[in-house]
Design a binder for this molecule. Structure first.
Ligand code: TRP
Length: 347
């Protein structure tokens, strides 16, 4: 059995730097290290429809945006298979069989789903499809016999639910499905990058994102307006770095060589933090440094995106080829599942 990665994103908007440090950067690293036999990256349009039934155009239009963001970050279609979820209908059929292995109360207990229901004010009007999307996610993962799922921390409950489904399935029908492991970024600042307003999560609906495709002046404007320690009023005042978004971003993005390049008075982030904590270091100076760091990280991404934007028909061709390949693999697993259930009547 090989080492296989499956991961993906809902196409509901352009991807932002939270996606980047939380998952995309890790995927590109794993892809380029070459220790995995297969890497599948899925654009989860069917999952996105579970709470966008009234706006399928929003999901449809963002498929290409997400694909461009992937390519911009360095996902290489020669090394990774990128595909569109809804075009692999085997995933829907697997979901239907897995639904019988999960109780309604278990579905309602998923903490991420619970939070999302609150955020969307669904209350008594939860779409059935939304409640069961973690089951469809288990289908996505198991269809490709994924061993490793690199995602952000909010996806932990999905992986837990997937593993339960795998156990249940294998114990009822015999060893068929592979149990996946979650892979989280090691750097804790990357687990949940706050918004520029200091809110716990960077999210499109909160309007507090820095997008991978933002132009340099937009990035700068956002950074200069960022929330910092509210008690750090004068430069001389001691400041807090712990819950300070500017320092959390530096934790996520900056490396020692950035100091040599942009702020040679300091060796590393520890020295900069120590100065801020004892007082005498102003927010503007730190923000300017963060701006330099972020600009140098985002520039190659933005430039690659612009190149790919000129070749969208090639991008659709990659998606098409990836989807054909994904469909083949998912069909094999579906066949195994039907065999295990003994509902392969005509074989
Ligand atoms: N839930 C993920 C998100 O919100 C998208 C997703 C769908 C996914 N299926 C998946 C991620 C399978 C990892 C594995 O972005």
């Amino acid at each position: 059995m090989g080492k296989i990665i499956l991961t993906g994103d809902r196409p509901t908007g352009k991807l932002h730097v939270g996606h980047y440090v939380g998952s995309l950067r890790e995927r590109v690293r794993l892809q380029n290290e070459g220790n995995f036999d297969k890497i599948y990256i899925m654009i989860a349009d069917a999952q996105a429809l579970t709470d966008n039934a009234e706006h399928p155009e929003k999901v449809r239009d963002n498929i290409i945006e997400v694909a461009l963001d992937y390519l911009a970050c360095g996902i290489d279609p020669e090394k990774s298979t990128i595909f569109i979820q809804s075009m692999v209908s085997e995933l829907t059929e697997l979901t239907f069989y897995y639904m019988n292995l999960v109780t309604v109360s278990r579905a309602q207990r998923n903490p991420t789903v619970k939070t999302e229901i609150k955020m969307r004010n669904f209350e008594a009007n939860i779409p059935v499809g939304f409640l069961v999307y973690p089951i469809s996610q288990a289908a996505d993962i198991t269809a490709f016999k994924a061993t490793t799922v690199p995602v952000g921390e909010d996806q932990k409950p999905m992986l837990e639910q997937c593993r339960e489904i795998v156990h249940k399935f294998n114990s009822l029908y015999g060893e068929t499905l592979v149990e996946p492991n979650i892979l989280l970024p090691k750097n804790s600042a990357c687990l949940r990058l706050p918004g520029i307003d200091g809110k716990a999560k960077m999210s499109k609906s909160l309007g507090n994102c820095i997008y991978l495709s933002d132009e340099p002046d937009a990035v700068k404007k956002k950074i200069m307006s960022m929330f910092t320690d509210p008690n750090h009023l004068r430069v001389e005042d001691p400041g807090e770095t712990e819950n300070n978004p500017v320092f959390i971003y530096l934790d996520a993005f900056c490396r020692d060589e950035h100091f040599a390049q942009f702020l040679p008075e300091y060796q590393n982030l520890d020295e900069l933090k120590a100065h801020y904590q004892r007082g005498g270091l102003g927010d503007v100076k730190v923000k300017k440094f963060l701006n330099n760091v972020l600009q140098s990280e985002l520039e190659p991404i933005r430039n690659r995106r612009k190149e790919w934007e000129k070749r969208t028909s090639d991008v659709y061709e990659f998606l098409k080829q990836g989807t054909i390949e994904a469909k083949k693999v998912a069909a094999e697993t579906l066949n195994d599942v039907r065999n295990a259930l003994k509902i392969n009547y005509f074989d």
